[in-house]
Write a protein that binds this ligand. Sequence first.
Ligand code: GUN
Length: 280
Amino acid sequence: MSELINGNDISRMIREEIRIETLAFREKTGVTPGLAVVLVGADPASQIYVRRKGKACEEVGFLSREFRLSGDAKEQELLEIIRQLNGDQAINGILVQLPLPPQIRSQAIIEAIDPQKDVDGFHPVNVGRLVAGNPCHVACTPKGIIELLDRTGIAIEGKEAVIVGRSNIVGKPLAMLLLARHATITVCHTRTRNLPETTRRADILVAAAGSPEMIQGEMVKEGAVVIDVGMNRLGDGRLVGDVAFAEVAPRASHITPVPGGVGPMTIAMLLQNTLNAARR
Ligand code: GUN
């Protein structure tokens, strides 16, 4: 049986480290790190995430500001809020919760955020710096995955890493981070021809496709490290990952559960990015 990677415990440890660092930073500079979170509409999952982010900020001693717009808000209204936050000295980090309603162009919003305050790491300046291997804000979920591997003592260098999913939020930036750590990377997606053959090569397998329990036992090499980024709500109300946990866990050396794996790390990394932004 495999070892469970406990994202709740690791996230709690990091948030406690950030709380202590924030105290010292405030003492030295008089600056309180500030994060603004913007939510458009009333998507239930997004509302939960935004509430958690605000609570996590308060626990580490950050200033937390929340902005809520109705689901029919115009792109111009959101751009105006971002313009104000870009110029607000008390705010070091800006996060616009995605997805946005269809009348708002997500890319226009992302590009309006000051790259120094882009704690999501989605702005083209940060994406470009990540690809070039220069210091930047790195997207929270992929950054959290690297942190989980490091803090579990899993070596990355020289490993075969296979990522299922090529999103801008997870798959693509994770490929760059693993590459920078000297893994050999394969990124799979819906048009990949022989998915099981490819996933079976993985020493480190990351499932980030948004497809419930798509990674089955026979797709995983004996002894692989399996990271599940999926969060899928089934018709019967159950929350499952992209990995069929019961059949994959016995083959894996390490595996993340859902919930309590990658999810809690995302918020810890958001706090870390916000503290870093305040330090610059
Ligand atoms: N929606 C799902 N994940 C994320 C994230 O990491 N950042 C933002 N802004 N929205 C998201």
